[in-house]
Design a protein around this ligand. Structure first.
Ligand code: IPM
Ligand code: MG
Length: 333
């Protein structure tokens, strides 16, 4: 029995999580899903975006399914929903964030460092009115995520593009040194370094040139939206955040989209494809491939939400995907 902790969060998070759980339920996989308070909702209920009970439930689960966090009402507030997400990533030490992007001729995987850099450095305000955020990386933090990227590349096209800003930043020069130093352990994988501004341009002009893109936390945040934009849209982008042990976090790349929340307009594909990543990680590759096939089939010829030019609702898309799964995986095991 697989135990999934579901953290729907804010905005369209609950709608897309419901859709993803519905699809999970249509598979012949023995799984229980338990929902927990998180994000803005948890701030309203407990004053904390990551209540202790939620964190304990995540630690005890096999995997965490996450919707999205963040709402305009918390802009500038001292306690914000995003802090819960960043703390959860740190607590579970999910240092490798995998963000695949696929479309005709393009099949790339961004491996984003997730528990270091600017997101976790010292920050604050000074008496003179200025503000600061600091970016720090240790060789160990770089090495573990880089090894993950090299290993993942071995199961793909054996090509890693490490993205940094080594012409300006000291952390980027260390990044490049550490990654280059590991290359000898992976002689079968081609390694290239690229500056982040150029990587953004290349992702727009010619995303097919990439296989695995390895980068630090902030650059990965930005580049994964760019990659999603040039490969089918943010609505279909999925992600897995993994550590060395313990549960991973599986979440769509998109945010809370407060402008369309509660209207049934959200595209559930990113959340549903995150379930495929979850099943892969928990040793259920057949179910994962079935989900990917069903999502592709429905997005190509069936129901589509408004972001993809259709008129279908979130539930209708989830329903079609579930039905097509029942056809492709008819027997229960
Ligand atoms: C993402 C999101 C988060 C991030 C926010 C919500 C904190 O943009 O997962 O890409 O910046 O990591
Ligand atoms: Mg982001």
């Amino acid at each position: 029995m697989l135990r999934v902790a579901s953290l729907p969060g804010d905005g369209i998070g609950p709608e897309v999580c419901d859709a993803a759980v519905r699809v999970l339920g249509a598979l012949p996989v023995d799984v229980t899903v338990e929902e927990h308070s998180f994000g803005g909702r948890a701030i309203h209920e407990d004053g904390d975006p990551l209540p202790a009970e939620t964190l304990a439930a995540c630690r005890a689960a096999d995997a965490v399914l996450l919707g999205a966090v963040g709402l305009p009402e918390f802009d500038g507030a001292p306690v914000r929903p995003e802090q819960g997400l960043i703390r959860l990533r740190g607590e579970l030490d999910v240092y490798a964030n995998l963000r695949p992007a696929k479309r005709d001729g393009v099949d790339l995987l961004i491996v984003r460092e997730l528990v270091g850099g600017l997101y976790f450095g010292a920050s604050g305000r000074r008496a003179d009115g200025s503000a600061f955020d600091t970016c720090e990386y240790s060789p160990h933090e770089i090495e573990r995520v880089a090894r993950r990227a090299f290993e993942l590349a071995r199961g793909r096209n054996a090509f890693v593009t490490s993205v940094d800003k080594a012409n300006v930043l000291e952390t980027s020069r260390l990044w490049r040194e550490v990654v280059s130093g590991l290359a000898g352990d992976y002689p079968d994988v081609r390694l290239e370094h690229m500056l982040v501004d150029n990587a953004g341009l290349q992702l727009v002009l010619d995303p097919a040139q990439f296989d695995v893109i390895l980068t630090e936390n902030t650059f990965g945040d930005i580049l994964s939206d760019v990659a999603a934009g040039s490969c089918g849209g943010l609505g279909v982008a999925a992600s897995a955040s993994l550590g060395d042990r313990g549960p991973g976090i599986f979440e769509p790349v998109h945010g809370t989209a407060p402008d369309i929340a509660g209207q049934g307009k959200a595209n559930p594909a990113g959340a549903i494809l995150s379930i495929a990543l979850l099943l892969d990680e928990l040793g259920q590759p057949a179910a994962a491939r079935a989900i990917e096939g069903a999502v592709t089939g429905v997005l190509d010829d069936g129901a589509r939400t408004p972001d993809l030019g259709g008129t279908a609702t979130t539930d209708e898309v989830a329903e079609e995907i579930s039905e097509s799964l029942a056809i492709s995986m008819p027997t229960t095991s």
